[in-house]
Design a protein around this ligand. Structure first.
Ligand code: PAF
Length: 282
């Protein structure tokens, strides 16, 4: 496995490759990422994993500085599962305008309106940062296939739109959410939790499962169901950003006629913000 830090070197390494599977990550890899890499391996001959904590997608009060950076351990995991190339650029390599102190990315992607809803409400600018870095990474790696996790449902939706709007010849593959035995969705941010908080964090998925169950039993008062779930979690020490039922196809608020649905949530436990979702049919 090659570990490459520069764009020029990566381009050189990939110049004769016509079957590239790409998994963009911010590192601190867990079983969820490993699953995405395994999917990429099934779809392409050469698997490239990027590890880059993208400053452009973090708000001023977010965890950019403390986000876990574990390159050595990540590379060991990727080597063990047969990834071909790790691309781990620094900020100056990715953003030419970086002056060592601040980032002035003067041209960014303006994502679709859905980027201002759901996670976009408490994270303004987040999806512009994600879409911009993903487009840059796509232009650098030029993969035929790229794999993203369903856990970031809204991100996946926006990336699919990016590929469509900009006519990129890239197939986007969605990887299932990997979960702890408790049901907690795997996330690099779970590392911020104490043992006690980690146990409690599984409540978020349980709430979503209840909503799915009730809808599948015929309850179509989506608003009442999500309000009740938010109330339960808020009473139990969470600070809920949102719980909402949407069309899994358009991410618009669910209507009675929709059959492909997704229930999405974002909530804080202590200072850690978690997201999760379940997509389902009714
Ligand atoms: O999902 C992530 O880890 C990031 O948002 C991504 C897609 C690697 C872009 O920085």
């Amino acid at each position: 496995m090659q570990i490459i830090h520069s764009i020029a070197e990566l381009r050189h390494a990939l110049k004769n490759q016509s079957s590239i599977g790409f998994v963009p990550t911010m590192g601190n890899l867990h079983a969820g990422h490993i699953h995405l890499v395994e999917l990429a391996k099934q779809h392409a001959k050469c698997t490239v994993v990027s590890i880059f904590v993208n400053p452009l997608q973090f708000g001023v009060n977010e965890d950019l500085a403390s986000y876990p950076r574990t390159l050595e351990a990540d590379c060991e995991k990727l080597n063990a599962i047969g990834a071909d190339i790790v691309f781990a650029p620094d900020v100056a390599e990715m953003y030419a305008d970086f002056d060592g102190v601040s980032l002035n990315q003067s041209m960014t992607i303006s994502p679709p309106l859905i980027a201002t809803e759901l996670c976009g409400v408490s994270r303004p600018g987040h999806f512009a940062g994600v879409a911009t870095v993903v487009l840059k990474l796509f232009n650098i790696v030029m993969p035929q296939v790229a794999v993203f996790g369903i856990k970031d449902f809204q991100q996946l939706f926006i990336i699919k739109d990016l590929v469509k709007q900009f006519n990129l010849p890239i197939e986007i593959i969605a990887g299932e959410t990997m979960r702890e035995a408790s049901g907690l969705a795997m996330s690099s941010r779970n590392g911020y939790f104490s043992d006690e908080q980690k146990t409690k964090a599984a409540q978020l998925q349980q709430c979503l499962k209840h909503i799915v169950h009730d809808i599948q039993q015929g309850n179509d008062d989506f608003n009442a169901l999500t309000q009740a779930a938010m109330q339960t979690l808020n009473n139990d020490g969470w600070q809920v950003d949102y719980i909402t039922v949407r069309s899994a196809l358009t991410l618009a608020p669910a209507t009675i006629g929709d059959t492909q649905l997704v229930v999405l949530a974002a909530a804080r436990l202590g200072s850690t913000r978690l997201i999760d979702n379940i997509d389902f049919l009714r």
